[in-house]
Design a protein around this ligand. Structure first.
Ligand code: IPM
Ligand code: MN
Length: 331
């Protein structure tokens, strides 16, 4: 049976890279039935819709959601991010943000291969806090980080389950336990308890600032990393930068409990500065589609797509995708 995919091309380069990703999925022989959803900054400017509850309900019926990129310079920052992207992550309970990094960091000889598991529904992203006496010299702003035992545990367990299936079987917790003592303590204790269920998986802990150094100087130490929402956001941009650039960085927003669809999107944004130039690299979108294929049980096709993306391809957006399609055919 065909997999039913909701497609949100979005804004800027989003639609262009998404079309190429779908082309590659079909070339890999996977049967998909797509439905386009016109959402993002452009749609919002047209009629005010960001992501209504009825649209959200429609999305719930699909097997997966493929998203290009959202956001236009004409909409104030945060409106689309919170109203569309974060709303999907929270409402569809996409509690794992999985971001793989394979590449050779600048100054290194051999490639690294690690995966960041970022908690995707809690932390400072939930909007806890508020403002008092706004605009006065006595203004106060607070922005809390929400960490629940349930939320941390399910994310940490996912990281261990993933590591147990990988060759190295190693998980590093990244946090800032020396300063964020309440949240850090919850993460560390939960991590230690879950680790006992996985005696074959080795563990480590790094403070997030030290992890930034290791990403650049010693990325080979990592296999699976698990971390909170905000540290994971920042670390995965750095991960992209040391793994061939943001044009290759893919991500999966997963609901591992499968109570609804998961969502797949490149890490990069809508890049309004290069729209229409053909300069956008579709590889991040194509690799995100490969993560979607993994989650849909199409693992062989996903592997073939990844293999076809392993060597860099040159040219315009369409030319890069065509090269990848040609490599698939050549297998
Ligand atoms: C990401 C993005 C989002 C995030 C923004 C657009 C809200 O940076 O997916 O990494 O912070 O999670
Ligand atoms: Mn980010």
């Amino acid at each position: 049976m065909a997999h039913r995919i909701a497609v949100i091309g979005g804004d800027g380069i989003g639609p262009d890279v998404t079309i190429e990703a779908l082309k590659v999925v079909r070339a890999a022989g996977v049967d998909i039935l797509t439905t386009d959803f016109d959402l993002g900054g452009a749609r919002y400017l047209r009629d005010g819709e960001i992501l209504s509850d009825s649209t959200l309900d429609q999305l719930r019926d699909f097997d997966a959601i493929l998203l290009g990129a959202v956001g236009t310079p004409d909409v104030p920052p945060g409106v689309i991010e919170r109203g569309l992207l974060l709303k999907m992550r929270f409402e569809l309970d996409l509690y794992v943000n999985q971001r793989p990094f394979v590449g050779t960091a600048p100054g290194h000889m051999k490639p690294h291969d690690f995966i960041v598991i970022r908690e995707n529904t809690e932390g400072p992203y939930v909007g806890e806090g508020g403002v008092l006496r706004k605009g006065t010299p006595n203004e106060v702003a607070t922005q809390g980080s929400v960490n629940t035992r349930m939320g941390v545990e399910r994310c940490v367990r996912y990281a261990f389950e993933l590591a147990a299936k990988r060759q190295r079987k190693h998980v590093t917790l990244v946090h800032k336990t020396n300063v964020l003592t309440f949240a850090g303590d919850l993460w560390q204790r939960t991590f230690d308890i879950v680790a006992k269920e996985f005696p074959n998986v080795a563990t480590a802990y790094n403070h997030v600032d030290a992890a930034c150094i290791y990403f650049v100087q010693d990325p080979h130490r990592y296999d699976v990393i698990v971390t909170d929402n905000l540290f994971g956001d920042i670390l995965t941009d750095l991960g992209g930068a040391v793994s061939g650039g943001i044009g290759l960085a893919s991500s999966a927003n997963l609901n591992p409990a499968r109570t609804g669809p998961s969502m797949f999107e490149p890490v990069h944004g809508s890049a309004p500065d290069i729209v229409g130039t053909g300069k956008a690299n579709p590889t991040a979108a194509i690799l995100s589609a490969a993560l979607m294929l993994d989650f849909l049980g199409e693992n062989a096709a996903a592997e073939r797509v990844r293999a076809a993306c392993a060597e860099p391809a040159a040219g315009s957006t369409v030319e890069i995708a065509n090269t990848i399609v040609a490599r698939l055919g050549a297998k």
